[in-house]
Design a protein around this ligand. Structure first.
Ligand code: PLP
Length: 396
């Protein structure tokens, strides 16, 4: 651990950072500036899903950087065409808009929904229905879609036209979706909001309400897409398909990239000149993403994620039942898992960091685990052991 004096640094103070500087990573391990190893169950918040410095991604980026680093989106490039093809072959989509982050991908989806709503339903049809507790990013409009006032305070006025309904509340959704609705936007499993999967009934209701009211069903899979839940996309484990899907984070395993995937009949409402991104889909990012998809679609890869997810979940359930007075619940799908503590323990992630383990802590009491999908069983065992010891320390 290193103590950094905030008075002597020039990086903006927007993050509550842990007192550690990482200099190297390999697989599920990170190494700090003193050479100490940590087991990474954060993965850059669901980014380095193939583990740190996966050779297929590193090689693909190196090769592409030596060949062509950037040209404007006024021209075609091979990597972008190939990646769009790959994403569409593996999903419901027909067209992809490339960008650089999750928030940018959500912004693109919102712009698409608004323009389509206006053209298909009329000038009043600009509303986007979202979920309470959701998280969609920090740009002003993605923040307006986000269903957590705690992130919005101080930035008002927010972008108009967003309503929020409670998770899995079909009646509220029915009341919210109507003539003015351009789209329903939701994470199929809420990530930052505490790892809460949406019910099949709720998703089916959302799909039929969107169809009835000619609105788009848009899934934000920025956190739970790209293999995290045990299928390439989380929607594959639900009874519905969306019309639009937002991706980022693990898409290029740490190379900054976002994408908005849509059906052709939706994407046609963003014709030339309506939206753009200078760096979006540049060749090294596309090369990285192609390498990611190639690895994740190898036979057995996603099945292993499912099995490891079940193994990890079973271990968490065991801890929860042994420490019932401290742990309220375990939730998860694939390798996004959470343990909800009965009361806040604000330094819980710090305690585990001291032991050499990286985990996320939301709202002071939701411990979230996002190990790389290539994590080994014995690494999960080590994490479970460290977790149990720290849980046992907490007095009920
Ligand atoms: N959407 C979801 C579901 C997310 O979890 C996040 C980030 O945590 C975002 C959007 C925003 O992504 P980014 O930080 O890349 O803008």
């Amino acid at each position: 651990m290193v103590m950094i004096d905030p008075a002597n640094i020039h990086v903006a103070n927007t993050y509550a950072r842990f007192p550690v500087t990482f200099v190297q990573g390999k697989g599920a391990s990170l190494y700090d500036s003193n050479g100490r190893e940590y087991l990474d169950f954060v993965s850059g918040i669901a980014v380095c899903s193939l583990g740190h410095c996966h050779p297929a991604v590193t090689e693909a980026v190196k090769r592409q950087v030596d060949t062509l680093m950037h040209v404007s989106n006024l021209y075609w490039t091979d990597p972008q065409l190939k990646l769009a093809d790959l994403l569409c072959r593996h999903s419901f989509g027909d067209r992809v808009f490339f960008c650089n982050s999750g928030a940018e991908s959500v912004e693109s989806a919102i712009k698409l929904a608004r323009r389509r709503g206006r053209m298909v339903k009329g000038p009043d049809a600009y509303e986007i229905v979202c979920l309470e507790g959701s998280f969609h990013g920090r740009t002003l409009t993605a923040l307006s879609a986000t269903g957590q006032p705690v992130y919005q305070h101080g930035f008002e006025p927010l972008t108009a036209g967003f309503t929020h309904v409670p998770v899995n509340d079909i009646r509220s959704l029915e009341l919210a979706v109507g003539r003015r609705t351009a789209a329903v936007l939701m994470e199929p499993v809420l990530g930052e909001g505490g790892v809460r999967p949406l019910s099949d009934e709720f998703l089916t209701a959302a799909r039929s309400l969107c169809d009835r009211h000619r609105a788009l069903l848009m899934f934000d899979e920025v956190q739970v897409g790209m293999g995290r839940t045990g299928t390439l996309f989380a929607y594959e484990q639900t009874p519905v398909e969306p019309d639009v899907m937002c991706l980022a984070k693990a898409l290029a395993n740490g190379f900054p990239m976002g994408a908005m995937v849509a059906r052709a009949e939706a994407m046609e409402y963003l014709p030339p000149g309506t939206h753009a991104s200078t760096f979006g889909g540049n060749p090294p990012a596309c090369a990285a993403a192609m390498a990611v998809i190639n690895v994740m679609t190898q036979p057995g890869f996603l099945q292993r994620v499912k099995e490891l997810g079940e193994y990890f979940h079973a271990g968490l359930v065991k801890i929860a039942s042994a420490h019932n007075a401290v742990v309220k619940e375990c939730r998860g799908r694939g390798l996004i898992q959470a343990v909800e503590l009965r009361k806040p323990v604000p330094d819980f992630a710090m305690r585990l960091l001291e032991d050499g383990y990286l985990v996320l802590l939301g709202h002071g009491r939701i411990v979230r685990f996002l190990p790389p999908l290539v994590v080994e069983r014995d690494q999960i065992d080590r994490m479970l052991k460290a977790l149990e010891e720290r849980v046992a320390d907490i007095s009920a």
